[in-house]
Ligand binder design. Structure first.
Ligand code: DON
Length: 305
């Protein structure tokens, strides 16, 4: 397996030249566009990796999966999906247009920014710190990594430049889709996006999802089979933004990307995968990372379809 991963990384390195590192959050532009790494975790707990699998990056939109899970645990399916839909959108991840002009009059799904701001707003707790601690605790437990934290510089950088997210959030408040202090909700959203980890960390979250909510290495149940199923389904239809259909055809694995360059992919009942390559295409997905996933899916026949 390790040999296969090494050869896939090697043969796809050239595609890192085809994209650009995200720069709309100034701190993200410091990443090395040539980085490319992968970690695969099997459901008997074995770990295989290659390339820059140990480099830290901010998980960004990959954390939308975590906030959806916690919102579901805190509020139940019915309440969560009364505030956010479960339909894919052909619009970009930070699009504002559908909030007003399309039906339903709520964010289309929890994987776009508006939807994730709405799920973040549903996380219960007495303060931003307490809610963030909940997100951190959950992630530390699933990744078995007590050092998981958010990157202060990236958080502050996004907070200083996140006016489009501010616009989305205030618009949703005016439509009663979110309650409470908008700046506090955004503060939690920006911190959560800045959560830092490696390919190994996201492969572990993916392995838990692949294993129907149970940690493969300890047998501990983290979330119900139903929550795990909901999350994976939404990852297939919406996880790669307006490229989700193409990813379903070419890769066929529930996956979630982030503008930090990560892709988390969960192959039901088989493996969890974490990929990192910060050079992005115009939709915000890792260019070489998607090539790596395509080759791995072809080699191991991973498509769920
Ligand atoms: O809200 C934002 O713009 C970022 N913190 C997260 C966006 C993101 O990762 C979209 N990904 N492809």
């Amino acid at each position: 397996m390790e040999k296969l991963l090494e050869s896939i990384i090697e043969s796809n390195l050239k595609y890192t030249d085809d994209g650009k590192v995200a720069s709309y959050i100034p701190e993200l532009s410091k990443a090395n566009p040539k980085d490319l790494g992968i970690c695969v975790i099997s459901l008997d707990g074995k770990q295989y990796s290659a390339g820059d699998y140990n480099k830290k990056f901010t998980l960004q939109s990959i954390t939308k999966v975590v906030s959806l899970i916690i919102a579901l645990l805190d509020n139940g399916k019915k309440n969560v999906f009364s505030k956010v839909g479960m339909e894919p959108t052909g619009d970009s991840f930070n699009s504002i247009v559908s909030l007003e002009v399309k039906t339903p009059n709520k964010p289309f799904n929890p994987m776009i920014n508006a939807g994730a701001i709405a799920t973040t707003a549903l996380i219960t707790g007495n303060s931003v710190e307490e809610k963030m601690e909940k997100i951190l605790e959950f992630t530390r437990k699933v990744t078995e990594n007590p050092d998981i934290n958010y990157n202060e510089e990236v958080y502050l950088s996004e907070k200083a430049t996140g006016d489009r997210n501010r616009a989305l959030a205030y618009f949703m408040k005016s439509n009663k889709l979110i309650d409470g202090d908008v700046e506090e909700i955004l503060d939690l959203y920006f911190r959560q996006c800045s959560l830092e980890g490696t390919c190994v960390d996201i492969a572990k979250i993916a392995a838990m999802l692949a294993n129907d909510g149970i940690l493969p290495w300890s047998g501990e149940r983290i979330i119900s089979r139903e929550v795990s199923r909901i999350v994976k389904t939404i990852m297939v239809t919406c996880g790669m933004y307006d490229e989700s259909g193409e990813v379903a055809v070419h890769i066929g694995i529930p996956a979630k990307s982030g503008v930090g360059g990560g892709i988390m992919a969960a192959v039901p009942r088989r493996i969890g995968i974490g990929v990192y390559g910060p050079s992005l295409d115009e939709k915000g997905n890792s260019v070489a990372g998607m090539r790596v996933l395509t080759d791995l899916s072809d080699e191991l026949d991973l498509s769920i379809f």
